[in-house]
Design a protein around this ligand. Structure first.
Ligand code: EPZ
Length: 452
């Protein structure tokens, strides 16, 4: 197992390019199941979750041209997918358990093939992760859904190759708001359903807009993506398309926090500024400046170049995570690390995944002053964090610990960085390229005192 060894205190200075979004790419890849025509995606990030999704799609009969493992380490992020064999429609437990986002193959497979069998995803470090709303939505399109031996078994109404979902009224609201992948599943399925569908309380995340853009390029008729009400007019079939994955707003937010915590001066290219308005608002209150560079007329708000600098003293703020356009839960841990160094008390409330605080104990090992009450944490800023061996537990908590290590005095060892590799491509190399003193090591070679 790998670990990161970080010597804190180096300012981040220079230029980095934001990679394509993991959370956009996963449902975009699954959309290839909706057609037997070629779908080409560009700017796919090379991540563990992406490689797991590609492994799953191959098992489901999708041929891949341009796989990352077929290049010698310099994959350009472009891949063409073509469904050639629809015999196997079973997403097995062995793959689904490694990546619960496999659930986003359910809607496309059901819509195109009339049937789908997918292992019920388990929970993970941040919560139970139920899929009840996904299933409610697909049932509203006429699907018959049962559970068999831990698998979700879904069939569309009708017989043989005449099986086809029926458009309808779908409500996707839940106790914690809409569901992102549930919206992706239902929107993808409705694209091939007979008749019209209205999705109420749809997720408004930018990744849903990115998916709707691909589906419409394939011939779907989707309106309102990005708003709580999406209208879909079903079509008989979908065809070929080429699409560039939107930039990763969570990676961008993570890198912005890294620059701020090291009092750096970092320019980020391909930054989806328009998808980060809630984050920019909180950053401005903290005293972090994120300024688009270049002539105003030439700025693409979804792929801007931005310069990140910050004031000497960071101010405390209140943050509550919400469904988009609110503050994203996926940046909660990273902002907690940032606010550990603010001058005063901040309050962070987690409304999406109330248990998403595995980073709290680890940050406390580094001298952070954190007081948790249920889904709220009070962060009392400290003058400095102190390096220590810490344990990564889930993707974004791991990112928060890396950020803390970059700013801390002394050495931090972040163990189990396989969590990080799920969502950040070559993070240590990219941070080191802008001045961070971080290296990836085999934990077995570390002194037992720092190996957790
Ligand atoms: C997506 O997960 C993201 N993953 C998550 O990012 C992100 O944290 C989450 O959306 C919320 O923004 C991908 O896009 C691959 P949800 P998703 O369904 O779609 C409850 C990361 O770090 N819920 O929107 O699975 C659920 O428990 C990952 O990149 C139900 O109750 O999340 C949660 O409280 C982590 N029933 C809330 O809704 C359901 O059927 C939002 O979950 C579905 C969800």
């Amino acid at each position: 197992m790998d670990a990161f060894v970080i010597e804190g205190g180096a300012r981040l200075e220079g230029r980095l390019r934001v990679k394509g979004s993991k959370n956009a790419a996963l449902p975009l890849l699954a959309a290839a199941l909706l057609t037997d025509e070629p779908v080409t995606l560009q700017d796919i990030p090379d991540l563990a979750d992406i490689r797991n999704m590609l492994r799953l799609l191959e098992e489901l009969g999708v041929e891949l041209d341009g796989k990352p493992e077929d290049t010698d380490g310099d994959w350009d992020g472009t891949l063409t997918l073509r469904t050639s064999d629809e015999a196997s429609s079973h997403a097995r437990y062995e793959i689904v358990r490694t990546m619960r986002a496999s659930i986003c193959t359910l809607g496309p497979m059901l819509a195109r093939r009339g049937e789908a069998r997918i292992s019920m995803p388990g929970g993970c470090a941040i919560g139970d992760r139920p899929v009840d709303i996904h299933l409610r939505g697909l049932r509203a399109l006429g699907a018959e859904i049962t559970l068999d031996g831990g698998d979700i078994v879904a069939t569309a109404p009708g017989a043989g190759d005449r099986r086809r979902l029926r458009g309808g009224q779908v409500f996707l609201g839940g106790p914690s708001g809409p569901t992102v992948l549930g919206t992706a599943n239902v929107m993808s399925a409705a694209a091939l359903a007979e008749g019209a569908t209205v999705i109420e309380s749809a997720a408004c995340e930018p990744e849903i807009v990115d998916l709707a853009n691909l589906l419409n390029a394939m011939g779907a008729r989707i309106e309102g993506a990005g708003s709580p009400r999406i209208r879909v007019t079903g079509v008989e079939s979908l065809g070929a398309a080429r699409h560039r994955v939107m930039p990763d707003r969570i990676e961008a937010g993570t890198l912005i926090c890294a620059a701020a915590m090291t009092n750096g001066d970092l320019t980020l290219e391909n930054c989806p500024l328009d998808a980060l308005m809630a984050v920019s608002d909180r950053l401005a209150h903290v005293g972090v400046r994120v300024e688009a560079v270049g002539p105003a007329s030439a700025i693409d708000p979804m792929r801007a170049s931005v310069r990140v600098t910050c004031e000497r003293t960071l101010r405390p703020v209140e943050i509550t995570t919400q469904p988009h356009p609110g503050f994203p839960t996926d940046l909660q841990a990273q902002f907690m690390a940032l606010l550990c160094l603010a001058d005063g008390n901040s309050v962070i409330t987690e409304r999406i995944f109330p248990e998403r605080f595995l980073h709290v104990a680890e940050l406390s090992r580094m001298g952070a002053q954190l007081f948790r009450q249920g889904s709220t944490v009070v962060v009392t800023g400290v003058k400095e964090l102190v390096g220590a061996p810490v344990m990564a537990s889930d993707l974004r908590a791991s990112a928060g610990l890396v950020l803390a290590g970059l700013a801390a005095r002394g050495t931090t060892v972040v163990n189990r960085v396989y969590h990080l590799d799920r969502g950040y491509e070559k993070l240590e190399e990219r941070l080191a390229s802008v001045g961070a003193r971080v290296s990836r090591v085999d934990a077995a070679k570390l002194d037992a005192a720092v190996r957790l």
